[in-house]
Design a protein around this ligand. Structure first.
Ligand code: DGJ
Length: 755
């Protein structure tokens, strides 16, 4: 087999691109020329008509190959190979050398082929035939922002079925985003029962899975186990509050358990605000297949002729240096390419939820605006309980759906509140939950057909509410109009906290009628439709994605939301574990962390310091704080504003895990490695524990760094022995600093500045 191919030198095609631009070829023409050139350079057309397709970032490579049977196989995925010629000699699979049954690891296996494991695609044709075979047709490569997009077309030779695979390789972040588009030309009913975003293969001795289970107030609990023969599934079927029991993130340790700074690790997530499914299947040859996509279990999808079924993006990285490097890749990717306003600043805030719950009036709220000013945060966030007249929202039993201000409670309406806040130099944010309805609401009375609800069974209520049927375009218009109406009346509202407290219950869409299998999927596309309309009309609006705590937390949602609520549980110790988990996939500026009275055993300083590493907010009655604590909070806001560039840096080093010891230590380093922040938490040290220095990471070996503990309680001095001393980067990384103590629930925020 003699293949010839070229590895793209990243600057070469770009040079041609800019050359074309200078000679003023029309933009669309230029893009076509550029794609063609890039395709010719990257896609090796072989002498025998076979092809090797390489999806490559700076350090990562996925290699696909068309076999003699004209089907597409994965020959390699991992650290980037240095010799281009090696792509020629990659076996179709290691097992292929001993097994006659295996033709290789088919990239998008379909039900009905010789593969007996979970398929990527299962489609029942109009004539009832449930099988298909996909053959390679063509491929191309185009530049996209931050990388290249490889597009591969596969088609059946018996039925008019086309599957287009997309791979976007983000060069400098070392992240790949992959999805599929499925289309048929049959006139009868065609059903999809499997429709994965991707199938990836690994062929080593051992595999270890780290997953993140969840529940209300117990989000993002990491657990790890070895994967042996058979299937392990991590999935959700909750619909709206999709991530309540399992978060859509995973890590696979390749040959070794998942570790922070060493070993091969594959990290992935599905960009989808709905049901997801990751299947990890170790087959009879010890090959691990990872199938990622929408959970098809409750969604046999009726696909209309000519309509393109677009799967969500499966986004992943591979690191040869543990999850530390992998999560820096992903954080950088999210900031640069996924998160709404990813590179912009974030607003600090005071929320009233845990302070007042539903019990507030105009007087209470306007007094709180003064607290916001006094504290020094940017915004006041008015939470649940401000709406409903016929059925006022006094508790969680009524009012959802009636988004008019409760006149008896707030007689001058929202405009008055917004004006009052603004007059004090405070921005105004508002809580909404527009996908939901209480049966006790005018909306439910007026539009019973807009509600997801079984027509012939007793209704089950989750938090006394039901979900609106966003598959229905009229309901999409209505949900858009909730936000639009509020903003038309109050154009100065800066921010929404968009809540979603119920999963989809009583699963029946009056709109989908006989096609109930489409409900979960069309719902999510309806949701995105509403969100993109809001984003187009109100591009300056910032929004928090919230779902009864952290029940909605995914990369696609973050295209519309500037941040998400990690959990209602704000106990700082619990939060350290959750933040440890989220930080493996999420940047700090997207992770909302509020200082509350949920746990009053720990000091206010400890609570503030835990929230300090994320997107900081307060949800506490300031009057309940001592003078020293209040003064500490004010100082914390000032320091937070000063330190934001380093707090929001994607370069996070998790130095000591709360899962492995009695302390938790995190380090953030800025791009230039000149500004460093170390966040130190002594959680529950043991008596007489041997406390050792902590070695820092990611510093400039040759530079000198000045160490200073910042954020001290009024009148206190730092007792860290390293305070106000200078060390070389080399020393800090080889010997380290004595940072921990045996004082329970103690914390330190330590700043290092390169001299
Ligand atoms: C659940 C959220 O997680 C809370 O922060 C709060 O907004 C309540 N809903 C309000 O009902």
């Amino acid at each position: 087999m003699g293949y010839s191919f070229a590895i793209v030198q990243p600057l070469y095609p770009l040079g041609i691109f800019y050359l074309c631009r200078t000679i003023l070829i029309k933009k669309t023409e230029m893009k076509k020329i550029f794609c063609l050139l890039l395709t010719l350079l990257v896609l090796p057309v072989t002498m025998k008509g076979k092809e090797i397709i390489s999806v490559t970032t700076n350090h990562l490579q996925l290699v696909l190959q068309v076999n003699d049977n004209h089907r597409l196989y994965q020959t390699y995925f991992g650290e980037r190979l240095s010799a281009a010629t090696d792509l020629n000699v990659l076996p179709l699979s290691a097992a292929q050398l001993t097994s006659t049954a295996i033709k290789g690891h088919e990239v998008y296996p379909v039900m009905g082929t010789e593969d007996y494991y979970e398929p990527a695609l299962e489609i029942t044709h109009a004539d009832g035939n449930p099988t298909s075979v996909l053959y390679y047709k063509s491929s191309s490569v185009c530049p996209v922002e931050g990388g290249t997009e490889t597009t591969i077309t596969l088609a059946d030779n018996v039925y008019p079925l086309t599957v287009t695979l997309h791979y976007v390789a983000y060069t400098k972040e070392d992240v790949i985003s992959q999805w599929a588009e499925i289309k048929h030309g049959e006139s009868g009913k065609v059903w999809l029962s499997h429709y994965a975003s991707s199938m990836l293969y690994f062929e080593v001795q051992k595999y270890y899975l780290r997953e993140f289970s969840s529940d209300w107030a117990k989000e993002m609990q990491q657990e790890e186990s070895q994967l042996n023969f058979g299937r392990k599934i991590v999935s959700s079927r909750l619909g709206t509050r999709a991530d309540m029991f399992a978060q859509p993130f995973f890590e696979v340790g390749i040959n070794n358990p998942v570790s922070e700074n060493s070993g091969d690790v594959f990290m992935g997530t599905l960009a989808w605000t709905g049901n997801f499914k990751f299947t990890f299947e170790v087959d009879h040859d010890g090959v691990l297949r990872v199938v990622s996509g929408i959970n098809p279990d409750a969604s046999r999808y009726l696909l209309a002729k000519g309509k393109i079924f677009v799967t969500p993006q499966f986004i992943y990285t591979f690191s040869h240096h543990g999850i530390g490097e992998g999560s820096r890749n992903l954080q950088r990717f999210v900031i640069n390419h996924q998160l709404y306003k990813g590179k912009e600043d974030r607003l600090t805030l005071l929320n009233n939820w845990e302070n007042t719950y539903f019990d507030f009036d105009e007087k209470k709220l306007t007094e709180l605006f003064s607290d916001v000013k006094d504290l020094g945060v940017d915004m006041f966030l008015l939470d649940d309980g401000w709406f409903g007249n016929k059925y006022p929202r006094k508790d969680d039993h009524a009012g959802l759906g009636d988004w008019q201000v409760t006149r008896s409670k707030l007689p001058h309406g929202l405009p008055f509140l917004v004006k009052e806040a603004n007059s004090k130099g405070v921005e105004f944010g508002l809580w909404i939950e527009p996908e939901m309805v209480n049966p006790k609401s005018e909306l439910a009375e007026k539009h019973p057909k807009w509600i997801i609800k079984l027509p012939n069974r007793e209704t089950y209520y989750f938090r006394n509410q039901l979900v609106l049927d966003l598959t229905n375009p009229k309901v999409q218009d209505y949900v858009f109009s909730v936000v639009d109406g509020i903003l038309k009346e109050n154009p100065k509202i800066k921010y929404f906290k968009w809540d979603c407290n119920s999963p989809i219950t009583n699963v029946y869409s009056p709109w989908e009628k006989a096609n109930q299998g489409n409900l979960y999927i069309d719902y999510v596309y309806g949701f995105y439709q509403v969100l993109s309309r809001i984003q187009q009309k109100y591009p300056n609006l910032c929004m928090m994605m919230c779902s009864g705590g952290g029940g909605r937390c995914d990369y696609e949602g973050l295209k519309y939301f500037t941040e998400f609520w990690c959990s209602d549980n704000t106990n700082p110790v619990e939060r350290l574990y959750m933040q440890w988990g989220y930080s493996q996939f999420m940047p700090s500026k997207a992770m909302c962390a509020h200082v509350t009275n949920w746990d009053s055993k720990s000091s206010v300083k400890f609570r503030v310091d835990v929230a300090f590493g994320c997107k900081l907010g307060f949800d506490i009655n300031l009057k309940s704080l001592s003078a020293d604590d209040l003064s500490y909070c004010r100082q914390a806001i000032k320091e937070y504003n000063r330190l934001k560039p380093v707090i929001y840096s994607p370069d996070l080093y998790r130095l000591e895990s709360p899962y492995e010891g009695n302390h938790c230590i995190l380090e953030r380093v800025d791009d230039a490695r000149s500004h460093v922040l170390v966040l130190v938490y002594d959680i529950h040290p043991r008596y007489g524990e041997n406390v050792l220095p902590t070695r820092l990471q990611g510093l400039d070996v040759n530079a000198q760094y000045r160490v200073k503990e910042v954020l001290l309680m009024p009148g206190r001095q730092s007792w860290l022995s390293c305070n106000d001393k200078t060390y070389s980067g080399d020393y800090l990384m080889k010997i380290g600093l004595q940072l921990v103590s045996t004082n329970e629930l103690t914390s330190h925020i330590v700043e290092l500045i390169k001299l």
